[in-house]
Design a protein around this ligand. Structure first.
Ligand SMILES: *[C@@H]1O[C@H](CO)[C@@H](O)[C@H](O)[C@H]1NC(C)=O
Ligand SMILES: *[C@@H]1O[C@H](CO)[C@@H](O)[C@H](O)[C@H]1NC(C)=O
Ligand SMILES: *[C@@H]1O[C@H](CO)[C@@H](O)[C@H](O)[C@H]1NC(C)=O
Ligand SMILES: *[C@@H]1O[C@H](CO)[C@@H](O)[C@H](O)[C@H]1NC(C)=O
Length: 276
């Protein structure tokens, strides 16, 4: 039965394609074509959606010429994965309360709202018009999780007097974050504090970057730093400002393994400095 339904869907899709081609016949003015064409999708207003994990997603389906004097048609949303009918017209059919049909009277938009989207919600959703034959438009939903990283973390060792350079990178956020805050030991970093020498440069885009520079590092600059983008998980880094008396090996240290054992040694040095 499902196979049959699937072929029906495929068939109507092809029919819709044919209708579209027909409307391009020369001689028909655009307005003539639009009024005699019957219901059709405005694909520019019914696009694929990339949603942020857990943030309400809206799948829009804009249908032109849906109702006329002779007939009134229904617009439904169907989840393709399991051929599950989610909404019909204004009504939400599924028992999954995260889904909701949104439609304003006289509007051409039939929107499927998905609250708390999860990775498993990614996939194809079908907007279907109950004409004969049915018309279908397929929308791909991709649920993504933004990723925040501080380069060189989670532990950074810096010489006293040098510049702390923390670069935070935010990837896969559907929109650039409105802001990226930096915290030091739970307090928001102020760029106008008496500390001075603190600056931040933020570059927003598909991948956003925020670079925090702290000149002339002192022991009090040690601690936990957090990069906190408005629409992505925060990332932390633990900064250790070394008092200059780090082992010779630090300058000559060759391979990675040597580096990490030096780091542990440096940590011990800090612990000793703190408690002696
Ligand atoms: C009304 O819609 C139906 C179904 O698409 C179509 O066949 C018919 O031509 C339309 N009538 C008018 C007056 O636009
Ligand atoms: C929607 O996404 C699918 C899969 O990534 C792609 O094949 C299709 O062309 C996209 N449609 C639009 C209108 O961008
Ligand atoms: C800070 O580090 C980034 C790479 O992590 C580098 O591109 C940038 O030039 C550095 N800035 C300064 C002032 O050192
Ligand atoms: C990350 O930083 C925040 C703010 O400074 C702090 O509250 C939190 O405990 C830190 N988390 C970890 C895992 O260090």
């Amino acid at each position: 039965m499902w196979i049959l339904l699937y072929f029906t869907i495929l068939g109507t899709y092809t029919a819709f394609g044919a209708v579209q081609t027909g409307s391009a016949v020369p001689g028909n003015s655009v307005s003539d074509a639009a009024t005699t064409r019957g219901p059709h999708f405005d694909t520019a207003a019914s696009k694929n959606v990339t949603a942020l994990l857990g943030k309400t997603a809206y799948l829009n389906c804009r249908v032109k010429n849906l109702a006329n004097r002779t007939m009134s048609l229904q617009v439904s949303w169907v989840r393709h994965r399991d051929v599950h009918l989610l909404t019909v017209g204004h009504y939400t059919y599924t028992s999954d309360q995260r889904f909701r049909a949104i439609h304003q009277p006289h509007s051409e938009d039939w929107t499927l709202q998905i609250k708390y989207p999860q990775h498993r919600d990614s996939g194809i959703y079908e907007c279907q018009v109950s004409s004969t034959p049915h018309l279908s438009h397929f929308i791909h939903l991709t649920v993504i999780e933004p990723d925040t990283e501080i380069i060189g973390g989670p532990e950074l060792f810096i010489d006293r007097g040098s510049t702390i350079n923390l670069t935070c990178v935010v990837r896969h956020s559907p929109e650039p974050p409105a802001y990226i805050f930096w915290n030091h030991n739970e307090a928001i970093i102020s760029y106008s504090s008496s500390r001075g020498g603190v600056s931040v440069a933020t570059e927003r885009g598909e991948t956003s970057r925020s670079v925090l520079l702290i000149q002339k590092a002192t022991a009090s600059d040690s601690g936990n730093y957090q990069c906190n983008p408005s629409n992505a998980r925060p990332a932390n880094v633990s900064v250790h400002v070394l008092n200059g008396e780090h082992p010779e090996a630090m300058q000559h240290g060759g391979n990675q393994r040597m580096g990490s054992s030096v780091n542990i040694f440096a940590l011990l040095t800090i612990v000793l400095y703190t408690y002696c």
